[in-house]
Design a protein around this ligand. Structure first.
Ligand SMILES: *Cc1c(COP(=O)(O)O)cnc(C)c1O
Length: 221
């Protein structure tokens, strides 16, 4: 099942689009099924859960943190996380830099932009992102690199609203892309999930985060 789902999705994806298989709440045995079908990029939204899976599973897996990150937990993933999608404030970026430095590595990050109309979705404004990326304080951070933007559309059936939100993120990306420095080089637009990844790709996404269409519905009990 997992293998078939993966192959079905991958067969539709343009080559420039990276698939993050969102394995949150799913057991390591499910991840291994996807791994055996040559999926190497996995997304988790809880740091503790990601650490446990990292410890059990093959070391060539690339772990993406796609959820909201609390500053005090960055230290647990700093040695191995491959991309942090949900960076939504400068203090967090500084903490990631500090923890990455301890492991003598540079951690790639995406700035999460709030594109949804709901209050519950995290993210910063386009102006906040621009302020951070052009600041002196940011330019001296040597152990983080901002490689793109991430956004989550409103949870709605209204496709034209979702489309507008995706296009807003792509426009923001195109604007901020001009700010190229040592630790800032925007190449990735992470947007699109099981319900909307095709639309997201049409609107410019090159990284999609897909969970339930690969692993089946999640059970939160
Ligand atoms: C859970 C989650 C996804 C995947 O959602 P599906 O609808 O199962 O594909 C994508 N992005 C984020 C940030 C998530 O938390």
């Amino acid at each position: 099942m997992i293998k078939d789902n993966l192959q079905h999705i991958k067969s539709q994806l343009p080559e420039h689009v990276t698939l993050v298989a969102v394995s949150k709440t799913k057991p390591a045995s499910d991840i291994i099924k996807a791994y055996d079908a040559r999926q190497l990029v996995f997304g988790e939204n809880k740091i503790q859960e990601m650490v446990e899976k990292y410890e059990q599973l093959p070391k060539d897996i690339q772990w993406h943190m796609i959820g909201h990150v609390q500053r005090n937990k960055v230290k647990y993933m700093a040695s191995f996380v491959s991309l942090i999608h949900g960076v939504d404030n400068f203090k967090l970026l500084k903490e990631i830099n500090k923890q990455a430095k301890k492991h003598n590595r540079t951690i790639d990050c995406l700035l999460q932009i709030k594109i949804a109309s709901e209050d519950s979705k995290f993210g910063m404004s386009k102006d906040d992102a621009e302020t951070i990326l052009s600041s002196e304080e940011f330019s001296v951070l040597q152990n983080v690199k901002v490689v793109g933007l991430m956004g989550m559309a409103t949870f709605t059936d209204n496709q034209s609203q979702v489309k507008e939100e995706f296009i807003f993120l792509t426009n923001t990306f195109n604007k901020l892309k001009t700010l190229k420095t040592k630790n800032c080089n925007l190449e990735t637009i992470s947007m699109g999930m099981s319900g909307d990844y095709q639309l997201a790709i049409k609107c410019g996404s090159n990284m999609i985060r897909v969970g339930s269409s690969i692993f089946g519905a999640r059970n939160y009990n």
